[in-house]
Design a protein around this ligand. Structure first.
Ligand code: 5RP
Length: 213
């Protein structure tokens, strides 16, 4: 399975996010993400605006819901994303409530893996019907991607989870995951801050094609 390329719009204004999507970026990526920073800056309505502007493009609302799953899950789901995120530390009751809201509107829940979580947690999450996880290296964590991270990603894949990777991922990091059945690679700064984001999207896509065949 070849990973999809997802752009994280962690811009702090919608105007800036829409500029990021110019120059072939929106057309070149497989998935657009309304990033946590953008949702915090502009409100959840930004998800609906992106939905209207890009009706055919898979859309992620990365709000990393931590509590009040029914209310927050409902507020996000009604904006029409294809995927919506919940943080791993949330109570399983919250995850179930978010999933119910997502299911009612045809969206899929993804669990963001940060900080403390165990491979064992996958069993309970699968029982909730959640099979998507995002392996996330925090932008505030020291160092870069390590073989320990890659081993964890491999273990999650082998447990049958749909695994997305993110957190400081750019062209150079793609090789670390070569051949693993990864669902998507999320790139934020490496695409947004590129001199020519449209060209960088194409370079990343070509590298994915090379590495995954
Ligand atoms: C931050 C996020 C980011 O969207 C994700 O980590 C991608 O950003 P970058 O590639 O800039 O690290 O979820 O909470």
């Amino acid at each position: 399975m070849k990973p999809m390329l997802q752009i994280a719009l962690d811009n702090t204004s919608l105007q800036d996010a829409l500029k990021t999507l110019e120059g072939g970026v929106a057309q070149g990526v497989d998935i657009i993400e309304a990033g946590t920073l953008l949702i915090c800056a502009e409100g959840v309505g930004v998800v609906e605006k992106l939905r209207r502007l890009y009706p055919a493009k898979p859309l992620v609302a990365d709000f990393k819901i931590a509590d009040a799953g029914k209310v927050l899950g409902g507020l996000i789901a009604e904006k029409g994303p294809d995927y919506m995120t919940v943080i791993c530390a949330a109570d399983n009751g919250t995850k179930a409530a978010v999933k119910a809201q997502a299911d009612a509107r045809g969206a899929t829940v993804q669990i963001e893996l940060y900080g403390r979580w165990e491979l064992e947690d996958m069993k309970a999450w699968k029982e909730l019907g959640i099979t998507h996880v995002i392996y996330h290296r925090s932008r505030d964590a020291a160092g870069g991607w390590s073989q320990t991270d890659v081993a964890c990603v491999r273990a999650l894949c082998s447990m049958g989870m749909a695994v997305t990777v993110t957190g400081g991922v750019g062209y150079e990091e793609l090789e670390l995951f070569a051949g693993l059945p990864i669902f998507a690679v999320i790139c934020g700064r490496s695409l947004r801050d590129a001199a020519d984001p449209g060209a960088e999207v194409q370079r990343m896509k070509e590298r994915i094609d090379q590495l995954w065949g």
